[in-house]
Ligand binder design. Structure first.
Ligand SMILES: CC(C)(COP(=O)(O)OP(=O)(O)OC[C@H]1O[C@@H](n2cnc3c(N)ncnc32)[C@H](O)[C@@H]1OP(=O)(O)O)[C@@H](O)C(=O)NCCC(=O)NCCS
Length: 178
């Protein structure tokens, strides 16, 4: 488990034993259980490329993040790109605004980079994601079902900026989520 900037906070990959705790966490962080169901469906259809949790000093799961595979649809240089979608990231309500979401996102992005991902996409609050380098302008070069200020992209390799524009398709469970 890599050390984090927050004392006693650890980040690790998800195991099957975490599933019910994760479902409860995501349902508590969002107004309904839609996001929890989305993660469950993505996980069980094999669409997730990375899923990590943050644990506090008591080993309680306090944060969760999931990344799913995005498929380049266009013919051309970008076809070889490895693209992932961050959705969702969540922190237990009574643990929010203590740096956990920031730490978990940073650590997981580092893991994605080590895994060879070129580009990460997110649909989320523009007040939160730019701190990691997510950029709505870069995302304008990514054609798909999402657009606007909340749709942001982060390049993890040179190819992530060089081989754009590109057309992409998200994992099938996102279609039911809209
Ligand atoms: C968004 C979330 C993951 C951030 O995690 P966190 O541990 O609370 O955040 P951190 O303590 O690391 O960072 C705090 C910063 O995030 C901002 N922030 C927290 N929640 C936010 C939200 N829903 N929208 C925009 N900004 C948010 C805070 O304003 C604060 O900004 P500042 O550093 O400029 O003061 C967490 O608040 C959460 O689970 N929210 C509900 C679920 C959600 O909206 N997820 C994002 C969509 S994928």
């Amino acid at each position: 488990m890599p050390p984090t900037a927050i004392p006693n906070l650890t980040v690790r990959n998800v195991t099957p034993a975490d599933e019910s705790e994760i479902r409860a966490l995501i349902s508590a962080a969002f107004p309904s259980d839609r996001e929890a169901r989305l993660v469950n469906t993505l996980r069980h259809c094999g669409a997730l490329v990375l899923e990590q949790v943050a644990l506090d000093e008591t080993k309680r799961i306090v944060g969760h993040v999931a990344y799913s595979r995005v498929t380049p649809a266009a013919i051309g240089a970008g076809q070889a790109m490895q693209i992932a979608c961050l959705a969702p990231v969540s922190v237990l309500p009574d643990k929010q605004n203590k740096g956990i979401g920031t730490t978990l996102t940073r650590v997981s992005l580092e893991a994605l980079k080590e895994n060879g991902e070129d580009l990460v996409l997110v649909l989320g609050p523009p007040a939160f994601f730019p701190r990691f380098g997510f950029d709505a302008e870069l995302a304008q070069k990514v054609q798909g079902p999402y657009a606007g200020a909340a749709f942001m992209a982060l390049a993890l390799t040179d190819a992530g900026t060089r081989d754009l524009p590109i057309e992409v398709a998200f994992a099938t469970p996102f279609q039911e989520f809209e």
